[in-house]
Structures are given as C-alpha cells and as structure tokens.
Design a protein around this ligand. Structure first.
Ligand code: CP
Ligand code: NVA
Length: 302
C-alpha cells in the first residue's frame, strides 16, 4: 500500500502518471467513480480553504464520501495518540488526508494505519500543492518538466522543501532566494543537489534571471504567527515585484499556493497581472488530488 507523504517517495514515471491522469480528469476524459462506496477521513490540525474544499469536492466527484475532522473536535486534540487514531480510523475509512504541524505525525499515522495516508501539509512539506503547481507549469509549457527554471523567493518553508523534492524527481533547475537563516531543510537541499541544479542565494533579482516560473509564499506560515513581526523585517527585500518579474523570461508565469498577503511577499501588480496563474494553480489542486486518490484508494488503482 502506498501513501502520498512526499513527492520524493515516488519515481519520476509515477509522478508523471499522477499528472497525466490529473490532466485527463480536468479535460473530462475520465468519467469513472473509483471511490464509489469509499470514505476519506480528513484530519485538520490547522486552518484550510483550498485543501479542505478541493479534497471534499474531489472525493464526491469520484463517487466517495469525505469526513471533515477538526482536531478541535477529535480526541486527538485531547491527547489521544496519533498511532491509536490511525488504528481506529483504519477500521472505518478507506484513506486519510492529514494537515498537521509535525511531519513525523503524518509518518506515524501512515505507519500505524492500514490505509493510504495523504499529506495535506505539514511544517516540513506540502506535496499536493507542488503537484498542482507542476501541473500548472505543464499547462503553460508542455508535459516535460526537466530543465524548467523555477525560482523560489522568500521563506525556506514547507513549500520550498516540496519544490526541492520536485526538482529532485523531475530534474527542475531550481534557484532559491531566501534571507540568511531562512534556508530550506539542509538534507532535502543536499539530496536534490545530488541530481539537479540547485542554486541558493540571498539575491532575488539575480535568482530570477531567465526563470520560467517565479513563485513565493507567505513570510510567516501557520504556527509562526508570533514571529510575524520579526519576519516582516527579515523578508523586506524579498517581495516578488515587477523588478523581479522583469528579470525572469518574458514568458514567465507567477505562482503562489495561497493564501497570499498581497503587498508583502508579492506586489499587487504581479499578483493580479497577466503573468499570474494563481487561480489555475488553485483549481489544479482538485484535479491532481483526484488523480492521487484514484490511484491510491481507487477500485482499479487507475
Ligand atoms: N494552498 C493551500 O493549501 O491552501 P489552504 O491552506 O487554504 O488549504
Ligand atoms: N507555508 C504556508 C502554506 C499555506 C498553504 C503555511 O504552511 O502556512
């Protein structure tokens, strides 16, 4: 049984087959109901708009049923161990999506459960989002992702780590511009560096030169609210604005996983401008997650 905890857990061909199915689903070419009679439990220990709605709608469209389980209401929130939650839920549902803080909690859920576990964001990774992002890149530039120049500007957070994993598996050329002290996970960097071009810098305009894709995220992620003020100062020079977009290729697109703080990590003209693909990117969460669920939980394991 397979989980979807990290992009790096899958070989390139498997990742392409998720994406190929996602494009077919989006085009209306797949009409099956592979989740008929099945239930996805969705555990949320953090807020969500896109993840919650896209998973719930996606399960419904595939013929199944989704349960929204906030940790505020679950016994998990009162200290029931994650491993016990895993063993109990495995007796009721056919798959679990979890959004949590500690990545090890998602790993433990997968270890103790007997059903597929999908990572809907941890402090370390956000793999479903970056799969939607690479799908959006394919819509713009074609199926082949190897050698595409992606620049990440801002915090070396869960999104940056998942971009590194995507670079590792797809052979992206990834440049990462962060303030000093806000770099992504060192082990994830080293693994990606072993197979593809990864550049780390503190200069966003230099990093953006000739890029096909410019992407960023909030400066303070969920759980970092108390650091927000300090981070505003540290990231001041890391806004994606027209100067940064001007350094990228003229056909470059702008991506943001959302929610965005317009005026902080991205200027309004870039966010609302002609190069922005953020709404397609948000839509693609639905298609790519349907593909992942169909393959992991579906009757015919499409
Ligand atoms: N991008 C994303 O995961 O959004 P939500 O936090 O709204 O789910
Ligand atoms: N890095 C952000 C992404 C939100 C979708 C966070 O973890 O809050």
């Amino acid at each position: 049984m397979k989980h979807f905890l990290a992009i790096s857990d899958y070989e390139r061909d498997d990742l392409y087959s998720f994406l190929d199915l996602a494009h077919r689903l989006k085009a209306g070419e797949e009409k099956g109901k592979p989740l008929a009679g099945k239930t996805l439990g969705m555990i949320f220990q953090k807020s969500s708009t896109r993840t919650r709605v896209s998973f719930e709608v996606g399960v419904f469209q595939l013929g199944g049923h989704a349960l929204f389980l906030s940790s505020r209401d679950l016994q998990l929130g009162r200290g029931e161990p994650i491993r016990d939650t895993a063993r109990v839920m495995s007796r009721y549902v056919d798959g679990i999506m979890i959004r949590t803080f500690d990545h090890n909690d998602a790993v433990e859920l997968a270890e103790y459960g007997t059903i597929p576990v999908i990572n809907g964001l941890t402090d370390l990774l956000h793999p479903c989002q970056v799969m939607a992002d690479v799908m959006t890149i394919q819509e713009e530039f074609g199926r082949e992702l190897e050698g595409k120049k992606v620049v990440w500007i801002g915090d070396g957070n869960n999104m940056a780590n998942s971009w590194l994993n995507a670079a590792y598996r797809f052979g992206l050329d990834l440049r990462i511009a962060t303030p000093e002290g806000y770099e992504p996970d060192p082990e994830i960097i080293e693994r990606a560096k072993g197979v593809t071009n990864i550049l780390l810098t503190n200069d966003p305009v230099e990093a953006a030169k000739g890029a096909d894709v410019v992407t960023t995220d909030v400066w303070a992620s969920m759980g970092q609210e108390e650091e927000a003020q300090k981070r505003m100062q540290a990231f001041e020079k890391f806004q994606v604005d027209s100067q940064v977009m001007g350094a990228a290729d003229s056909r470059a697109i702008f991506l943001h996983c959302l929610p965005a703080h317009v005026g902080e990590e991205v200027s309004e003209d870039v966010f609302e401008g002609g190069q922005s693909r953020v709404w397609d990117e948000a839509e693609n969460r639905l298609h790519v997650q349907k593909a992942i669920m169909a393959k992991l939980m579906g009757d015919d394991h499409a």
